[in-house]
Design a protein around this ligand. Structure first.
Ligand SMILES: Nc1ncnc2c1ncn2[C@@H]1O[C@H](COP(=O)(O)OP(=O)(O)O)[C@@H](O)[C@H]1O
Ligand SMILES: [Mg+2]
Length: 235
């Protein structure tokens, strides 16, 4: 089943002479339950592509279907609701709130959903245990290593039970051992729950851990390996 279908996507920033065409005619499908890497030079449009996949922005042209729903016709409220329930994000610089404990950072998304504090708390603890931080729930980010902070961010991304996890250079600020743990975590989540994972990365080792690699260059998708029946058979 296809979770994301992009067909002829274009995206630009700016207007007039300062207009930059960032994505040009990008078409690709992501299947439910796959784990894939997006690679390519800096400035090639990887983060912009991830932003569109995560429904944080809309394409200028082309069609984007999220779980079969044409997001070109969706209201801003509908996009926000889909994003909140179906998508989790992990960023290079963690984006944790420094004054809050790990537990509160992870529980925060639920407060916006109106769940009871007890239920938010329970789910946040479970998510932190899943990422191996059950003994750090009351620590604040500054009391944790980079790898631990990123695991808190992963817990926050998965606490709501998303279908799609989008990670933009998630290991860019980590040493190789911590990077390994994050990738193992993504692979484990993918294997255990069928979570679909898309990882933007510069690191060839990490890209090598993903079964499928999409390569961007100058706003275009220039490679998609492997593809076709062989890739589908692996899902
Ligand atoms: N919000 C923005 N406003 C203007 N230009 C942007 C914006 N975001 C990205 N760009 C430009 O789009 C191009 C692609 O950026 P990006 O998607 O971040 O590439 P990558 O993640 O591959 O490094 C770059 O030239 C960048 O400067
Ligand atoms: Mg980027």
């Amino acid at each position: 089943m296809t979770i994301l279908a992009l067909d002829g996507i274009h995206k630009s920033y700016g207007r007039g002479p300062s207009k930059i065409q960032v994505l040009q005619d990008v078409s690709l499908d992501i299947q439910h339950g796959e784990i894939c890497a997006i690679v390519g030079p800096s400035g090639s449009g990887k983060s912009t592509l991830l932003t569109l996949m995560g429904l944080l922005d809309r394409p200028d042209a082309g069609r984007l279907l999220f779980e079969g729903e044409d997001i070109g016709c969706a209201t801003a409220d509908r996009l926000a609701a889909l994003r909140g329930r179906r998508v989790g994000f992990v960023f290079q610089s963690f984006h944790l709130l420094s004054r809050l404990t790990a537990l509160d950072n992870v529980a925060l998304p639920f407060l916006y959903r109106g769940l009871s504090p007890r239920s938010c708390h329970g789910r946040a603890v479970a998510a932190l245990e899943r990422v191996g931080l059950g003994d750090r729930i009351h620590h604040r980010p500054e009391e944790m290593s980079g790898g631990q902070r990123q695991r808190v961010a992963v817990a926050r991304a998965i606490v709501g039970g998303p279908a799609l996890l989008l990670a933009d250079e998630p290991t860019g600020n980590l040493d190789s051992e911590s990077a390994r743990q994050i990738i193992d975590l993504f692979n484990g989540l993918n294997a255990d729950t069928g979570l679909t994972v898309v990882i933007v990365t510069h690191d060839p080792t990490i890209a090598g851990c993903c079964y499928r690699r999409l390569t961007m260059s100058d706003g275009r998708l220039v490679g998609c390996l492997p593809s076709g029946p062989e890739a589908a058979a692996r899902l």
